[in-house]
Design a binder for this molecule. Structure first.
Ligand code: PNW
Length: 456
């Protein structure tokens, strides 16, 4: 039987922020409209073999033309907040020079539409769509990209900061750096270990400079944070080599990002690991001070844990598939306890910053779920996933973690990066042939959960 909404939200306060999240390239489409230029994801997705089924974001959910309808979905679900991302190549085509008024106008309309419906906008500045021109000039492994990013952040804050209070600089720099420049499974598809750590450093530097620019340019005092997807690394066994693999996964997946941003230093053990590969971050005088700007909150994305053993690759670990454990369609292991552990660990090691779950959710084979007479997908597996993870957040709060909100990934089915449109994370089903949107049972469940939490 389905989890009862009021039970799942037992540990969550009346003023908890309830939201849903998306990102520009995954939903907007309109790839060549109103002055937008190509990003690395346009180039990558049009490279044969890079994305499943040859899918790309040229049209995606056509959100660029259906924005008012999509804001209406958020309103129907009674959500307090909407996390979206700004497309850098829409706002500053080519990544340099003046703002593109037509590109900015879209986000003006979006923000106004949200506010008119009583929904608080949360803007992410960078959700992976680097202007292709900047990649051609070296991409994130090049230091100049950090300065370019700060300039773009200032443009966005000056234009939207009279109405947008909540700003997230980067989404998951782990994915940009490691998946983009080392694993090669995300744009730009490069595979060079030292480029990965150079990219990570320049992303973090760009973050720190952007925090300062947003605060300098926003017409009203902003709240600024960053979103990480820390690796929850568990050793495959108690054997010392597995424990060592978990240490490396934690160093590269979590501490590489959180230590400089919160503590202003790179971890010593990580620097020692990177040294033999000539891959220590290219730190210049003042960088760590710039990176460690005081923040107003931390965003945490959580989907699964990573059980690891050693590998001979430079990064030193590999994942051990948990085939006898429940998993989503990705297939990612379902492990809600990992979220409780992660939130309490962040609180312990990185201090008492307010935390927001800026993404959590699941892809399931919705086509195998029952559909009711109104055409609604009965995604009981997704409802169970959400209920179990919200309960995990409640337990983290009881243990002292200052978690203040939860954004479900995602408002609607969308372009799931290397997996294309085959993986569906939406609360709302999208029929790509007609662009028809239909809320799934999980959307109504989340609406009821938020309502139960507010009215307790
Ligand atoms: C996140 N991994 O991506 C992103 O922020 C979203 O844009 C995305 O749609 C969502 O999670 C679901 O995938 C990730 O392989 C992609 O470890 C890949 C990984 C983690 C997060």
């Amino acid at each position: 039987s389905a989890p009862v909404p009021s039970e799942a939200v037992d540990g969550l306060p009346v003023d908890f922020v309830w939201g849903a999240a998306t990102s520009a390239y995954q939903i907007e489409g309109a790839a060549a409209e109103d002055g937008r230029t190509a990003s690395i994801w346009d180039t990558f997705s049009h490279t044969p073999g890079a994305v499943a089924d040859g899918d790309h974001g040229d049209v995606a959910c056509d959100h660029y033309h259906r924005m008012p309808e999509d804001v209406g979905l958020l309103a129907d679900l009674g959500l307090d907040a909407y996390r979206f991302s700004l497309s850098w190549p829409r706002i500053q085509p080519g990544g340099k020079g003046p703002a593109n008024a037509r590109g900015l106008a879209f986000y003006d309309r979006l923000v106004d539409e949200l506010l008119a419906k009583g929904i608080t906008p949360w803007a992410t500045l960078y959700h992976w769509d680097l202007p292709q021109e900047l990649e051609d000039a070296g991409g994130w492994p090049a230091r100049d990209t950090a300065y370019r990013f700060a300039e773009y952040a200032g443009i966005a804050a000056a234009a939207l900061g009279d109405r947008v209070t909540n700003w997230i600089t980067l989404n998951e720099p782990y994915c940009s750096a490691q998946l983009g420049y080392y694993n090669g499974i995300h744009a730009p598809g490069r595979k060079h270990f030292p480029d990965f750590t150079k990219a990570a450093h320049h992303l973090l530097l760009g973050h720190g400079l952007a925090v300062q620019e947003v605060r300098a340019q926003a017409p009203r005092p902003p709240r600024v944070g960053i979103t990480f997807n820390p690796t929850v690394a568990h050793p495959a066994s108690d054997a010392p080599e597995d424990v060592e693999a978990a240490r490396r996964a934690d160093a590269l997946g979590t501490r590489l990002y959180l230590d400089p941003v919160v503590h202003g230093r790179y971890p010593e053990d990580l620097l020692a690991d990177l040294e033999p590969y000539s891959a220590t971050p290219p730190v210049q005088d003042g960088d760590l001070e710039a990176i460690a700007q005081p923040l107003d909150f931390l965003g945490v994305n959580y989907y699964f844990r990573n059980v690891v053993r050693p590998s001979a690759e430079p990064h030193g670990y590999e994942s051990v598939p948990q085939t006898d454990r429940p998993s989503t369609a990705m297939p990612w292991e379902i492990y809600p306890e990992g979220l409780t552990d992660l939130l309490t660990r962040i609180t312990r090691e990185y201090g008492a910053l307010p935390l927001y779950i800026t993404e959590n959710g699941a892809a399931f084979d919705d086509e195998k779920s029952a559909v009711d007479e109104s055409g609604r997908v009965q995604d009981t597996d997704r409802i169970a996933y959400l209920a179990d993870h919200l309960a995990a957040v409640g337990r983290a709060r009881a243990a002292g973690a200052d978690v203040r909100g939860y954004f479900c990934w995602s408002l609607m089915d969308n372009f799931e990066w290397a997996y294309g449109y085959a993986k569906r994370f939406g609360l709302v089903h999208v029929d790509y042939a007609t662009q028809r949107r239909t809320p799934k049972a999980s959307a109504l469940w989340l609406r009821d959960a938020a309502r139960a939490a507010r009215t307790r």
